[in-house]
Design a protein around this ligand. Structure first.
Ligand SMILES: [Zn+2]
Length: 274
């Protein structure tokens, strides 16, 4: 009897000890995580270029949305996407030796946006060419070919990117399509992330195909740290995808947008001039 009691006491004190240890270790980790759920801090400063376009065009509530992961088909020497500050400057190992760190995160975020978007009732899907190096941008399997077709059929195609670190990058923001009037989804995303001029770098390959580009933020500092740390990774990806899905939902709710002012620098160009 005495022995049984003693054993019970032993077991319960072990349980109490384990519980306390767990509780304190959690507290310790949370305190040392450096996790920020401030989206503004994570995405950093938005692009600071003159852009005064305003997306005023209404969008049908069930518009098909396509999310593309930037650089998914261009893992050659040029156009592979940024390696990020951690690899390039700090000498850390890439997340996956076969692809750039940018693509690694683009793919993770793409999946999260589509999953969350579907849960929230968006008509949203993703496309991944699977083949990581397609030389010809006009090959029918590339992001851009599929996105172009999707847009031509009345859908909204968005290619997500993380920008380069330091002075190599510009910052967060949306690059609108080249010869289409920006709509209320464009406006909503631009308000959240920032606004690039329509003619940014002479009109990049994607916007010329009516595919929007979203630069989420520079792959550096706390954004990259929070993504790389396995303890904060999921929360960070969720935080970002939630901000993007919310921007879609806000744009589709047709919030009033005032002040339809376009200027010469960044006015969309009509097809006739191109
Ligand atoms: Zn990119």
């Amino acid at each position: 009897m005495f022995l049984v009691k003693n054993r019970l006491l032993h077991i319960s004190s072990l349980a109490v000890f384990s519980f306390l240890f767990y509780a304190f270790s959690q507290l310790y980790f949370i305190k040392n995580l450096n996790f920020t759920d401030d989206i503004e801090l994570l995405i950093g400063e938005g692009v600071n270029l003159p852009a005064r376009w305003i997306g005023t065009k209404d969008v049908s509530k069930d518009i098909p949305i396509l999310i593309l992961a930037g650089h998914a088909d261009s893992q050659g020497l040029a156009g592979a996407g940024t390696s990020g500050e951690a690899v390039d400057k700090l000498g850390l190992s890439p997340m996956d030796p076969d692809i750039s760190d940018e693509l690694f995160w683009n793919l993770k975020l793409q999946e999260s946006i589509v999953q969350l978007g579907q849960e929230r009732g968006l008509n949203i899907r993703s496309y991944d060419p699977g083949i990581r190096n397609i030389d010809d941008a006009n090959d029918p399997r590339t992001n851009w070919s599929v996105g172009k077709k999707f847009s031509q059929n009345g859908g909204y195609a968005l290619e997500i990117h993380f920008d380069s670190y330091g002075h190599y990058g510009v910052g967060a923001g949306l690059i609108p399509p080249f010869h289409e009037i920006p709509n209320k989804i464009d406006e909503s995303i631009a308000r959240r992330f920032g606004r690039f001029p329509v003619l940014f770098r002479g009109g990049l390959g994607a916007p010329r195909r009516q595919i929007r580009i979203l630069e989420i933020g520079k792959l550096e500092g706390s954004l990259e740290e929070n993504l790389r740390n396995v303890k904060t990774r999921q929360r960070t990806i969720k935080l970002l995808s939630n901000a993007i899905v919310k921007a879609f939902l806000d744009g589709l709710n047709r919030h009033a947008v005032s002040n339809q002012k376009l200027d010469g620098d960044d006015t969309y160009l009509r097809g006739i001039y191109l």
